[in-house]
Design a protein around this ligand. Structure first.
Ligand code: PHE
Ligand code: ZN
Length: 855
C-alpha cells in the first residue's frame, strides 16, 4: 500500500512565528455561492524568532483574486494548504499584506470556515477554519486586534468585539482585544434577539443578546438567565469581569460541536441554547446552563489567555471544564453534580483511555487536530486541575489562579506555564505531577488492608497499563481521599488526603476501637480505577453509612456491578443484598431525590463491558444486556411498593420549573417508572405520557414504554405533535433506536435513516440516528454484524461531506479490541473497508489508522 498518510505534527517541533500581526482589517461581501473576502494585514518581524524567514500563510479552498505586499502584486503561487512568500520578496521591516479571495459558503458542508445554515451565514474557525476564509498565519500564537466590515442585505450582521457603525447593507465591528484567528466569528441572518443588560463589578454596562430565528424567541429565557449567573459567578469566585460593551450569543442549527467561545460572539448549537418546558428536558436545561457558562468562562480561560499551540488545548479546555463543573456544583447540589461528572468521565474518558485511541492530556503529536477535542483533553484535563486544587488547598488554588491571570493575561501560554504558577504560588514541587499531562492510560489503584486489633494499615499500590506508544508507565502523584467508618456506621476518621507518589505506600491509623471500613477515593479524588476487594456486606454497609455522598453512591454502584459481573460470568443469581440496601435508601426521605435517582440507576451496559474487560473477561454485549434486564426485573419486583410510593409522591405540582430540586424529583420519579413499567405493563407510563405538561416526563414515559417493547402509539403521537420542530425530532429519532430491542435496533436505524426527516448533513440529526445505534450496545454489537455495517456505511458517506463529524462518530468502534474473535473480525472488516475507501479525509484516515494499527 502506498503511503499517502499526511505528516504528523509534533509538539517538539514548535517554533515561534517569524512574523507577528499588528492589526487585521477584513471586509466581507456576503453571497451564498460567491462571497468576497478582502483582507489588510499589518505584519512585523517577530523579535523572538530567527530573522530572514519566509512568510507562510495558511489557506485552503480559496479562490485567489488579488494579493499584494505594500502595493506590489504578489507572484508566488499557492499550494494545496497555503502560500509561501520567500524572504527575498519581503520588506525588511513591517509591511501591509492585502488580498481578496472568493469562497462558496453554500457549498461548505464541512461546517468549518464560513458556511450557510438554513439561510444564515455563520463561521466556525477553531481549530483551523480561518484558513478557509482568507490567507493568514492560522496559529493561535499569532494574536491581533480585528476590524471587520460586513456587506449584506441580511438584517443582522455580527462579528467580534464592539459595534463600530452600521448602515443600510453594512455593519462594522471592532475588537480591541488581540486574539488568535480561531476566535474570529461572523454571523449574518434574519435573526431576532432576546436582550438584557448586565453591569459588571467594575461598573461596565454590557448589552446581552441571544440571537435566534423568528419563532424561537420564547425559548431563550433560560439561556439568558444562565448567562447572567455565569457572569456574576466568574466575578465572585474567580474575580474575572467581562471586558466588552456587548456580549452576543447566536443559535445555529447546523454545528459540529456544542458551542464556540468566539470573542464577544459565542456561537451555539441550537440545542444548547433553546429550551422551554414543553420541548426541552431537565437534561437539556442542565446542559444549556453548563455550556452557556463554559463558553462565557472561556473569555478569560481561552481568549484573554490562549494556547501557544494546539498541544496546549487542555490549558483552556481542561480548566474551563473544571470551572463549569464548579459553577454547576454551586448552582445545584455539589455531590449530585460530582456523581454526574464522574459518570461522564468513566463512560467517555476511561473508555477512550482503555483503547487504541488513548492519548495523554497533552498529546505529543497529531495528524488532524480536530481529532483531539476528546474526553481526555476535556474531562481528564479537568480532573488534573481538580487534583491540583485538592493538593494545594483552596488558598493555594486561589493564589495560583491570581498569579496565572496576572502573569499570563494577553499571552498564548503553555501547560507548563500553568503548572509553574502552582509551583510559584505555593512552593510545591510538581515535577512528578506533570507526568499526568504526558502519560496516557487510567491508573489502577489497588487497596489492601491490615488490622492487628488496634492499628489499621491501608496499603495503596498503583499501576498503569500500557497504551499505544507508551509501553512503560511511571508512577504518578495521586491524591487519595480516605475516611474510615466504624462497624456501627459512625465515622471513625474524617476525610484525609493521602498522597501516593511511589508504586506503593502504606498508611497507618492508630487508636481505633474496632476494625474500620475504609471509604477510599472519596469524591473521586483522582481519575483512577480502584481495585478494592470488598464483600457485598461491606459495600452494602458503605451504601448505608458512608458520610461522603459520592463514595456512598459509588458503593451502591460497585455492589450492582459486582452482581451483574457475576450474573454474566458465572450465571449467578442475584441475592437480596442489593435490593434490601436500596429499599432502605429509597425510603429515607432525608436523602436528596436526585441522589436517590442516581443510586437507583444500574451501571450502563457500556460501563459493564468496560469493567468486565478490565477484570480480564471478554464482554458479551448480549449477555450483559440480558443480565441488566434480569436485575432490573428483580428490582422492580422486590421494590414495587417503595417505587410505587415514590412515583406517586415525586410529582411536581404547579407550573414546570427546571431547577435542580424539581429536576431531581422528576429523575427519581422516572427511574421508578421505568422499573414499574416492567410490572404494570406500561399502564402508568401511558397515563403519564398522555397527561404530562413537560418534555422531561413525556419523554421519560415514552422511553419506559419503548423499553418494554410497547409505545408504538406514543411514537406516532409524538411525531404528529413535534413534526415541525428540529430539536424535538432529534429526540424522536434517537429514542426509538436507543431503546429498541437488540435484534431490531439496526433495522430501526435503517428505516429511520430512510425517513424524509433524516438529514445526514445536520450533525445533530446524524448523531440522533447513527450515534444512537452505538448507544444501544446490544443492538450495535448484535452478532449479525449488521450494526457495524450500518455505521460504517454512514461514516463513509458522511466523511465526504463533513470529515470532522464523521471522524468523531468513528469512535463507536474504539472499543473493538475488547470483544470476541467473531465480533472483532466483523469490526475489522468494516474498519478496513473504511480505510480502503478512496478520498478518505485526513480526519477519518487518522482515526481509522489509529484504531487498526495500535491494537
Ligand atoms: N472550543 C469549543 C468549546 O469547548 C469546542 C469547539 C471546538 C467547537 C472545535 C467547535 C470546534 O467550548
Ligand atoms: Zn471549551
Amino acid at each position: 500500500m502506498k503511503d499517502t498518510s499526511p505528516a504528523a505534527i509534533h509538539l517538539s517541533d514548535y517554533a515561534p512565528p517569524p512574523w507577528l500581526v499588528d492589526r487585521v482589517h477584513l471586509t466581507f461581501r456576503l453571497n451564498p455561492g460567491a462571497t468576497r473576502v478582502r483582507s489588510r494585514i499589518r505584519f512585523r518581524p517577530n523579535p523572538d524568532a530567527a530573522p530572514g524567514q519566509p512568510l507562510r500563510l495558511d489557506g485552503e479552498g480559496l479562490t485567489p483574486i488579488t494579493a499584494s505586499i505594500d502595493g506590489t502584486p504578489v507572484t508566488a503561487a499557492p499550494d494545496a494548504t497555503g502560500l509561501t512568500i520567500p524572504a527575498a520578496d519581503l520588506p525588511a521591516g513591517a509591511f501591509d499584506w492585502q488580498a481578496e479571495v472568493e469562497i462558496a459558503p453554500d457549498a461548505n458542508t464541512a461546517l468549518e470556515g464560513l458556511y450557510v445554515s438554513r439561510g444564515m451565514f455563520c463561521t466556525q474557525c477553531e481549530a483551523e477554519g480561518f484558513r478557509r476564509i482568507t490567507w493568514y498565519p492560522d496559529r493561535p500564537d499569532v494574536m491581533a486586534p480585528f476590524r471587520v466590515r460586513i456587506e449584506s442585505d441580511l438584517p443582522v450582521l455580527l462579528s467580534n468585539g464592539n459595534p463600530a457603525g452600521a448602515g443600510p447593507g453594512w455593519a462594522e465591528w471592532d475588537d480591541p482585544h488581540p486574539k488568535p484567528s480561531y476566535l474570529f466569528a461572523l454571523v449574518a441572518g434574519d435573526l431576532v434577539a432576546t436582550s438584557d443588560r448586565f453591569t459588571t463589578a467594575q461598573g461596565r454596562d454590557v448589552a446581552l443578546n441571544i440571537w435566534v430565528r423568528k419563532g424561537d424567541e420564547h425559548r431563550t429565557a433560560y439561556a439568558m438567565d444562565a448567562l447572567k449567573r455565569s457572569m456574576r459567578w466568574d466575578e465572585e469566585v474567580y474575580g474575572r469581569a467581562y471586558d466588552l460593551d456587548v456580549f452576543n450569543i447566536v443559535a445555529v442549527d447546523d454545528f459540529n460541536m456544542g458551542a464556540m467561545e468566539n470573542k464577544g460572539l459565542n456561537i451555539f448549537n441550537a440545542r444548547y441554547v433553546l429550551a422551554d418546558p414543553a420541548s426541552a428536558t431537565d437534561t437539556d436545561f442542565a446542559n444549556i446552563e453548563r455550556i452557556i457558562a463554559h463558553e462565557y468562562f472561556h473569555n478569560w480561560t481561552g481568549n484573554r489567555i490562549t494556547c501557544r499551540d494546539w498541544f496546549q488545548l487542555s490549558l483552556k479546555e481542561g480548566l474551563t471544564v473544571y470551572r463549569d463543573q464548579q459553577f454547576m456544583a454551586d448552582m445545584r447540589s455539589a455531590p449530585v453534580q460530582r456523581i454526574a461528572d464522574v459518570l461522564t468521565l468513566r463512560a467517555r474518558q476511561f473508555r477512550e483511555d482503555a483503547g487504541p485511541l488513548a492519548h495523554p492530556v497533552q498529546p505529543a503529536s497529531y495528524v488532524e487536530i480536530n481529532n483531539f477535542y476528546t474526553a481526555t483533553v476535556y474531562e481528564k484535563g479537568a480532573e488534573l486541575i481538580r487534583m491540583l486544587h485538592l493538593l494545594v488547598g483552596d488558598d493555594g488554588y486561589r493564589a495560583a489562579l491570581e498569579l496565572y491571570f496576572d502573569r499570563h493575561d494577553g499571552d498564548a501560554a503553555t501547560i507548563d506555564d500553568w503548572v509553574r504558577v502552582f509551583e510559584d504560588a505555593t512552593g510545591r514541587d510538581l515535577t512528578q505531577f506533570r507526568r499526568w499531562y504526558a502519560q496516557a492510560g487510567t491508573p489502577r489503584l489497588r487497596v489492601t488492608e491490615d488490622w492487628d486489633g488496634a492499628r489499621y494499615t491501608l496499603t495503596l499500590a498503583q499501576h498503569t497499563p500500557p497504551t499505544p506508544g507508551q509501553p512503560d508507565k511511571a508512577p504518578l502523584h495521586i491524591p487519595v481521599a480516605v475516611g474510615l467508618i466504624g462497624p456501627d456506621g459512625a465515622e471513625l476518621a474524617p476525610t484525609r488526603v493521602l498522597e501516593l507518589t511511589g508504586a506503593e505506600a502504606s498508611f497507618t491509623f492508630d487508636d481505633l476501637r474496632a476494625r474500620p471500613l475504609a471509604s477510599v477515593l472519596r469524591g473521586v479524588s483522582a481519575p483512577v480505577i480502584v481495585e478494592h476487594n470488598l464483600t457485598s456486606e461491606d459495600r452494602a454497609a458503605l451504601l448505608a453509612h458512608d458520610t461522603d455522598p459520592v463514595a456512598r453512591w459509588q458503593a451502591g454502584h460497585d455492589l450492582a456491578r459486582d452482581i451483574l459481573h457475576a450474573m454474566v460470568t458465572e450465571n449467578a443469581r442475584p441475592g437480596p443484598d442489593y435490593t434490601d440496601a436500596l429499599a432502605r435508601l429509597l425510603s429515607d426521605d432525608t436523602l436528596d431525590p436526585a441522589f436517590r435517582a442516581f443510586a437507583l440507576g444500574l451501571p450502563g451496559e457500556e460501563t459493564l463491558a468496560q469493567g468486565l474487560h478490565e477484570a480480564g473477561h471478554t464482554p458479551d454485549p448480549t449477555a450483559i444486556h440480558a443480565a441488566r434486564e434480569a436485575l432490573a426485573r428483580q428490582m422492580a419486583e422486590a421494590l414495587e411498593p417503595p417505587l410505587a410510593r415514590l412515583f406517586a409522591e415525586m410529582d411536581t405540582p404547579g407550573p414546570y420549573s427546571p431547577d435542580a430540586t424539581a429536576a431531581g424529583r422528576r429523575a427519581l420519579r422516572l427511574r421508578a417508572l421505568s422499573l414499574l413499567s416492567r410490572r404494570d405493563g406500561g399502564a402508568r407510563a401511558r397515563a403519564l405520557f398522555a397527561s404530562a405538561d413537560n418534555m422531561t416526563e413525556a419523554l421519560g414515559a415514552w422511553a419506559a414504554l419503548l423499553q418494554i417493547g410497547a409505545g408504538a402509539e406514543e411514537t406516532a403521537t409524538f411525531y404528529r405533535r413535534w413534526q415541525g420542530d428540529r430539536l424535538v425530532l432529534d429526540k424522536w429519532f434517537a429514542q426509538q433506536i436507543v431503546n429498541a430491542p437488540a435484534e431490531r435496533a439496526t433495522a430501526a436505524a435503517e428505516s429511520l435513516a430512510a425517513h424524509p426527516d433524516f438529514d445526514p448533513k445536520n450533525p445533530n440529526r446524524f448523531r440522533a440516528v447513527v450515534g444512537a445505534l452505538a448507544m444501544n450496545p446490544a443492538g450495535f454489537h448484535h452478532p449479525s454484524g449488521a450494526g457495524y455495517r450500518f455505521v460504517a456505511d454512514w461514516l463513509i458517506r458522511l466523511d465526504a461531506l463533513n470529515p470532522q463529524a464523521a471522524a468523531r462518530q468513528s469512535t463507536a468502534f474504539e472499543t473493538w479490541a475488547r470483544y470476541d474473535p467473531a465480533r472483532r473480525a466483523l469490526i475489522r472488516t468494516e474498519l478496513d473497508r473504511i480505510r480502503a475507501h478512496p478520498r478518505l479525509s485526513r480526519d477519518m484516515g487518522e482515526m481509522v489508522g489509529r484504531m487498526l494499527d495500535s491494537a
